[in-house]
Design a protein around this ligand. Structure first.
Ligand code: SF4
Length: 466
């Protein structure tokens, strides 16, 4: 199969779906929403997605929000997985009009972390309580063996009595299948790559130079990764470059194509970065396609309904208030206490305009985020069990599409949260967290099994998981 130059994004179909969506009446939307509720494990038809996005009836929007929330709870329960990005390099050979990392930005201070520097950053991340990281690289054509060494350096760090990284996901430039095979040997979790915009013309306009200017090569990168054996792959679009409806429908086509080509294995996660100001990138200050926070909420909710089984990730690009609201609409993973430039954790400065990729809006500590999550009834989770138990690819998809995964997610969230409370939490978070765990245990059918594992954690035997 040609996983290098195929274009499986059908622009005409997307525009036709958008047009049909514009014509749908509130009565039509209600029927579609009911259909969507009954088709939980399938990716929704583009026309329905477009109609839900277009809907202007506030009452129906509230129903859309409620359905999104309930789908997330049915599949993943009330756990929210936490992770930290680790920027290893901001060196890039591409010229993308919206990004501060672009090769032509001479004012950006460039840095590639050494292994020792990676270890220092990881140690700080572990001391916050994190167990999973996303290693992020500027797009510079790194040799995959070099990446493997970096990843192994990160996995090797064990800080304090409980510190360790148990899953490393990577956000790196697309590579050929043979190189992905090398990368797989580093035991990575997910390969993540965003298409930025699914509209080919807009893509051409904003990706001016470098390998990234090749739309199709990027579009097929997840396919090549799966072909190489990395069967958890992640997609996303950078919202603000083109019509948001086109981007959502483009992501749906991408998800459907992955399912079609790989026996039902769709995207493991979907991300929703919004264009944020970046150095010497004027269009990032004035995005060509803006939309309100309310529309952004619709985008998240409709995506949750449209691809129910996928993890939905939210970064610290969004404000604390916006993150709070989006958690209610189906987000299942968030980053916390992030810095988005190489060496940022050691520098202890959240924003560093002449080194970072985007402006961080949520600068709260991990403990503050966790305390709030727990107070609002979410179980903060540091779980990495699926990847370590071999629940990846079609195995994971089978569990997520039948909502069975929740039976793993909730106990594992409780266990990893208890571990966090024991080693890292402030007294206030500990109090709020212990109350939440007691409530969760009372209603969990695996109560006895979880309780005996909690006893082991209390005795110092952390890393308990099902
Ligand atoms: Fe993720 Fe699996 Fe853990 Fe659930 S059980 S949080 S899906 S790793």
């Amino acid at each position: 199969m040609d996983f290098l130059s195929r274009n499986f994004i059908d622009d005409d179909k997307i525009w036709a779906d958008i047009e049909a969506g514009e014509k749908a009446s509130p009565a039509d939307v209600r029927v579609m929403l009911n259909e969507a509720k009954d088709a939980q494990h399938k990716i929704l038809d583009g026309k329905i997605v477009a109609a839900l996005l277009h809907n202007k009836d506030k009452e129906l929007d509230e129903e859309i929000f409620a359905v999104a929330k309930s789908i997330k709870e049915q599949i993943y329960g009330n756990r929210i997985v936490l992770f930290a990005p680790l920027y290893v390099s901001n060196v890039c050979q591409n010229v993308c009009a919206y990004c501060g990392f672009k090769a032509t930005n001479k004012d950006l201070k460039r840095k590639v972390l050494t292994h020792d520097e990676i270890k220092e950053e990881v140690s700080i991340i572990e001391d916050m309580g994190h167990k999973r990281i996303l290693m992020v690289y500027g797009e510079h054509g790194y040799d995959p063996h070099y990446l493997v060494d970096d990843i192994q350096a990160a996995y090797s760090v064990k800080s304090g009595p409980n510190g360790e990284i148990r899953r490393i996901n990577v956000n790196i430039a697309p590579m050929d299948t043979e190189d992905f095979k090398v990368l797989k040997t580093a035991n990575i979790g997910t390969f993540q790559c965003f298409q930025e915009t699914y509209n080919r013309e807009a893509y051409k306009k904003y990706h001016l130079l470098g390998k990234k200017a090749n739309f199709e090569y990027r579009l097929n990168s997840q396919h090549r990764a799966v072909e190489a054996g990395i069967d958890d792959v992640a997609i996303g679009a950078l919202f603000g470059l083109f019509d948001h409806r086109f981007e959502v429908l483009g992501m749906m086509q991408h998800a459907r194509q992955l399912e079609k080509d790989f026996n039902g294995i769709g995207p493991h996660t979907i991300s929703f970065p919004r264009l944020e100001p970046a150095q010497n990138a004027p269009i990032s200050e004035n995005p060509p396609y803006t939309f309100s926070d309310y529309v952004f909420k619709k985008i998240v909710a409709v995506t949750r309904i449209a691809v129910p089984y996928t993890g939905l990730i939210l970064s610290t690009r969004e404000t604390p208030q916006m993150r709070r609201e989006l958690l209610e609409l189906g987000i299942s993973q968030i980053s916390g206490a992030s810095t988005v430039y190489p060496g940022g954790y050691k520098a202890q400065k959240t924003n560093q305009v002449d080194e970072q990729q985007f402006f961080v809006q949520d600068a709260r500590s991990v403990d503050d985020i966790i305390c709030e999550l727990a107070a609002n009834g979410y179980i903060p989770s540091f779980c990495t069990a699926c990847y370590r138990k071999g629940r990846t690819g079609d195995h994971f998809m089978g569990l997520a599409k039948t909502a069975f995964i929740k039976n793993h997610c909730t106990p594992n969230a409780i266990l990893t949260f208890a571990e966090y409370l024991k080693y890292y939490a402030s007294p206030k978070t500990k109090e709020v967290g212990m109350n939440l765990i007691a409530d969760e245990l009372a209603k969990n059918t695996k109560k006895d099994e979880i309780t005996s594992r909690l006893d082991l954690i209390e005795q110092g035997e952390g890393d308990q998981y099902f």
